[in-house]
Design a protein around this ligand. Structure first.
Ligand SMILES: *Cc1c(COP(=O)(O)O)cnc(C)c1O
Length: 340
């Protein structure tokens, strides 16, 4: 592929929170084990904020905006084992901001994984029962305002236009590494769940005039979504294009969202995730997570085995983080205590 000059992007308020660029590496042993194509990995599990993950990128712009607006309190929502909430809690702590997390379900008997880390960061946790996607936030914001605070709401998964913008910046980071390493890709494969990563990468692909197939592996059945997930990603890509003054309009035919691997739903770990986690750990010494990257890598492995991705292709797997959740899912992982 030819090297192109890298276009400049509009500047936004940005609060440094992580270490960038994250490494771009080649997974030769995994590729060999699959008798597959070249596989590269973008290591956003190493963004550096509190065990890392893709939300650190989004939070640099979202928290940058919160600070510009004079906020003193951050409110966001997620699952009990949300990586987004853990990184938000760490970001808030590092800046002396109060943090409120609205978590789906009930308080579990044992603190573990991301939830343990949320507590270590000293944030306030509100258990929301079946209101799993932040439905309780307006009431909590009102209470905080009545108490004289200046709350700022970080959207679910950090997937606002600013969150998606972070992944246009990430695409730019990737392109300069790719040029430096003199490599090329046919596909970028990653876990997609609140849509900001995918919307940003789709836009980056367009802005940088790149030919990659941007393949999100859907990790959630989306049964409770108010707007179907595919429509949501397309509209987020379009509103993010508008934010930066770019004249692009995506439609659903531009979207590659693969929903073949949602299995029994969000956070239900099966053979697909278990094999991907074991294979990546045992060929490369790299940890995936049970909910997102394990499922996405399981999807990639299946696409390679079934010939949807060919040996002559060249794949970038975007590692979006999440390994702290391994501990909370220990009982669902295929590892045996009696192994010797
Ligand atoms: C949030 C998350 C994703 C999905 O990113 P979205 O931008 O929300 O689609 C993937 N992997 C991990 C580990 C995550 O925490």
């Amino acid at each position: 592929m030819q090297n192109k000059s890298i276009p400049s992007l509009p500047s936004m308020n940005r609060q440094p929170l992580g270490f960038f660029p994250t490494p771009l590496i080649e997974l030769t042993r995994l590729s060999k084990a699959l008798n597959g194509p070249k596989i590269y990995m973008k290591r956003d599990d190493n963004t550096g904020l509190a065990l890392g993950g893709n939300k650190t990128r989004k939070l640099e712009f979202i928290i940058g905006d919160a600070l510009a607006q004079g906020a003193d309190t951050i409110v966001t929502a997620g699952a009990a084992q949300s990586n987004h909430c853990r990184q938000t809690a760490a970001a808030a702590a590092s800046l002396g901001l109060e943090c409120h997390l609205v978590l789906g379900g009930q308080e579990p008997d044992q603190l573990n994984g991301n939830l343990l880390l949320d507590k270590i960061f000293g944030c306030h946790i509100h258990w929301a029962g079946n209101n799993r996607k932040g439905e309780d936030i307006p009431d909590i914001v009102e209470q905080l305002e009545n108490a004289g605070k200046k709350p700022y709401v970080v959207p679910y998964g950090g997937s606002s236009e600013l969150g998606a913008f972070a992944f246009i910046e990430a695409f730019k980071e990737l392109e300069s590494q790719r040029q430096e390493m003199d490599i090329s890709f046919t596909h970028i494969v990653f876990a997609s769940s609140s849509g900001g990563t995918q919307a940003g990468l789709m836009l980056g692909n367009k802005i940088f005039n790149s030919p990659y197939q941007i393949v999100g592996i859907n990790i959630d059945k989306g049964e409770t979504d108010k707007v179907p997930f595919d429509q949501y990603i397309v509209s987020l890509a379009n509103s993010t294009a508008a934010l930066i003054g770019a004249d692009y309009s995506f439609s659903e035919t531009d979207l590659m969202l693969n929903s073949d691997y949602v299995g029994d739903g969000y956070g239900v770990i099966g053979a697909l995730e278990n094999e991907a986690i074991a294979m990546t750990a045992q060929t490369e010494g790299i940890l995936l997570d049970p909910v997102y990257t394990g499922r996405a890598m399981g999807g990639l492995i299946d696409m390679i085995r079934t010939g949807k991705i060919k040996k002559t292709d060249s794949v970038l797997f975007w590692h979006t983080g999440g390994a702290p959740a391994l501990f909370a899912y220990a009982s669902a992982l295929a590892v045996s205590q009696s192994d010797s």
